[in-house]
Design a protein around this ligand. Structure first.
Ligand code: UT7
Length: 362
């Protein structure tokens, strides 16, 4: 079987920032509470749709791999917040990129989605079904966040990250993988009213809004065990000792969940990549954004043994043990950029406040 390697990486963070202090104007919370209970200081709010975030991240990852869009066989987008129900976000991205030879598909496993897509694409490359895949995690979750609900308002942010997976003769690549789900716990984190099980007429007459709803403490408990178990399992499957792990790149939902996962692997905290303070929980975009930042910061050495672990709605979880290739520098840099915006976060959220209520003048 052929090997697979991550040969390109890129991220796209919309520039508009919503700080904890901004949130103090929107909902009954405080910078102290958010920082100490989650580790988040600020998050980004997108002025464009998910496909546009994904496209910019995709261009950047392709440039880092030294590929042109027509070189790619598959565009896979992990998202639970596509621009629309159909076509898929991936089809929109495939067109915008000019990836004219690629198939395109979305995968929705919520916050675990990118790892599901990475594992699937790596398997397809290893089986010889495709030679190269652009795997993107992209979310505009704040569109579905009710900023009058302090249980969710403080947690989520928007963004996109991408990797290129290519066939290679080099050793390494995906060494272990786990994907899990417990749909009996679906109601702990869901967006009821967002699909075909909805009575649209009742929804409208009850003035019910389409929002992400979460039972935070219950999700927290399940996340700690499922992420830790999956991470430990892939280390064992890879045949690594815990000491062999060079870096843990976990989903960034809560600093206390990250710490618990690291403790489960007996990892030195210096081996854990954390950027939750800057972006909050960007769902499926979190891990490719974090991997890209870790590479940009020189935190991923050639041949690094990486553990990825994620958890999210479903409930779903996934982990991967990944031996990185010998190249950790990008081959090229893309000039793709989002359209400009003036950075006025309350103006950007005005449509959200008009829909859900609330806002700085509440
Ligand atoms: O990526 C998808 C997976 N999602 C997650 O993994 C999220 C998992 N859950 C969590 O991260 C945490 O449960 C939260 C951050 C959502 C909440 O933290 P917690 O420590 O579980 O808080 P809690 O819900 O148990 O609430 C503790 C207290 C309560 O007040 P009382 O009853 O003790 O007086 C809450 O009302 O904190 C209050 N509280 C807040 N206070 C200020 C809850 N949310 C807030 C808030 N600001 N935003």
């Amino acid at each position: 079987m052929t090997g697979s390697a991550i040969t390109g990486w890129g991220k796209c963070l919309p520039p508009t920032v919503l700080t904890n202090h901004d949130l103090e104007m929107l909902v009954d919370t405080s910078d102290d509470w958010i920082t100490s209970r989650t580790g988040i200081k600020e998050r980004r709010i997108s002025h464009v749709g998910t496909a546009e975030l994904a496209t910019v991240a995709g261009f950047r990852a392709l440039a880092a791999a030294g590929l042109e869009p027509p070189d790619v066989d598959l565009v896979s987008v992990a998202t639970c917040t596509p621009d629309m129900l159909l076509p898929s976000a991936a089809s929109l991205v495939q067109d915008r990129l000019g990836a004219v030879n690629a198939g395109a598909v979305d995968q929705n496993a919520a916050c675990s989605g990118f790892l599901y897509s990475l594992i699937t694409a790596s398997g397809m490359v290893q089986a010889g079904i495709v030679e190269s895949a652009l795997v993107i995690g992209a979310e505009r979750l704040t569109y579905f966040i009710d900023f009058t609900d302090r249980g969710t308002a403080v947690l989520f942010g928007d963004g996109a990250g991408a990797v290129v997976v290519q066939a290679t003769d080099e050793p390494g690549g995906l060494k272990g993988s786990r994907m899990g789900s417990d749909g009996s716990l679906a109601k702990l984190l869901w967006a009821p009213g967002s699909g075909t099980a909805t009575d649209r007429v009742a929804l409208e007459s009850n003035h019910k809004h389409l929002a992400v709803e979460m039972n935070g403490p219950e999700v927290f408990k399940k996340a700690v065990t499922a992420m830790g178990d999956a991470a430990a399992a892939v280390v064992e499957q890879a045949g690594w000792a815990l000491d062999d792990v060079d870096i843990l790149i976990p989903h960034q939902a809560n600093i206390r969940i990250i710490d618990a996962t690291a403790r489960r692997l007996h990892l030195d905290p210096a081996k854990v990549f954390i950027n939750i303070a800057s972006y909050g929980n960007t769902s499926a975009a979190t891990i490719p954004i974090a991997l890209t930042e870790a590479l940009e910061m020189g935190r991923v050495e050639p041949g690094a043994r990486i553990v990825f672990a994620a958890f999210g709605a479903g409930l779903s979880w996934a982990a991967a043990a990944y031996e990185f290739g010998s190249r950790t520098e990008p081959l090229g840099v893309s000039d793709a950029e989002l359209p400009p915006t003036d950075g006025d976060v309350m103006a950007l959220l005005a449509e959200n406040f008009a829909y859900f209520g609330g806002g700085p003048d509440r």
